[in-house]
Design a protein around this ligand. Sequence first.
Ligand SMILES: Cc1ncc(COP(=O)(O)O)c(C=O)c1O
Length: 328
Amino acid sequence: MPIISVPQEFNQDDLYVDLRSIFGNPLFLKCEGFNFAGSVKLKAANEMVEAAERGGALRRGSVLVESSSGNLGVALSIIAASKGYGFRCVTDSRCNLATRLLMEALGAEVHVITEPDPETGYLGARLNYVRNLCASDRRYVWLNQYTNANAWKAHYRTTGPAIAQQFPGLDVVFVGAGTTGTLMGCARYFKDHHPSVRVVAVDTVGSVSFGTPAARRMLPGLGMNVRPPLLDESYVDEVLHVEEADAIRTCHRLARRGFLFGGSTGTVVSGATGWLARHGARDLTAVAIAPDLGERYLDTIYQSNWVQDLYGEGVLALDDPSAGVRAA
Ligand SMILES: Cc1ncc(COP(=O)(O)O)c(C=O)c1O
């Protein structure tokens, strides 16, 4: 019986869904949404905060500040509340209301950027605001999830070894790429300790992370408008790009079997099942990582008006999970 006294102490790190009966391919989905932050970001947040405390940058009276469109902001809200730090989350008008209310309920101050920077977009405008804030007062501490090596170290220390321990015969692991903290931690771990495991990155069509052209992206979590500073492609064996419409179809297919996951899980599962089908991989042992759960997306991914307005009328009718997956 786990008994905890601070919220970040609890994280379910060994829950997998066997997706064979849903998609017909051998694929185990590692669930990262069962903690008080509801997402994989609790690990990176915890590691970055503890490193900043050890290094002396974060101390009593500090106010954390971070640019986040959701999950990292929620994770930092929880840790800041638990440790007695202030936290100001800088987000933009695309952040969904439920996530913003969640952060505020946890005591965070949420600043919403409403005007994108003409050259660097919303992310650029958010980062400018954070830089100005830090320059204005020494109490502000910016962990910077985009460049902080502790974000990938968290996964090198926990996620990679947790998968390897449960699946000693692992052949291939599929990891979504946002800031690439999760991807780089797992990829580095497997290259160092189990080099025969194939590491496949899954990104969204329209993300520039791996050098493909920018296009509209509406699902939060995966994809970047600039090259992720943490990314070192030499550790990644293969890259897949998944259309958002296919990610959404995959989410709905999982939901119809009682598993409500977030959009980035739909992206990773769509990429992984397509890859396994193309490789005729009936005997492989494959794991994919599900970064969060679906409740935060009830008014987007699980709302048929939202889906049809953005992706067209027939989007949910087509049900081929491997459609639209492109190898990079
Ligand atoms: C829902 C979701 N999926 C995937 C990711 C990507 O994780 P990473 O930033 O480690 O690449 C994030 C990151 O915020 C996320 O919120």
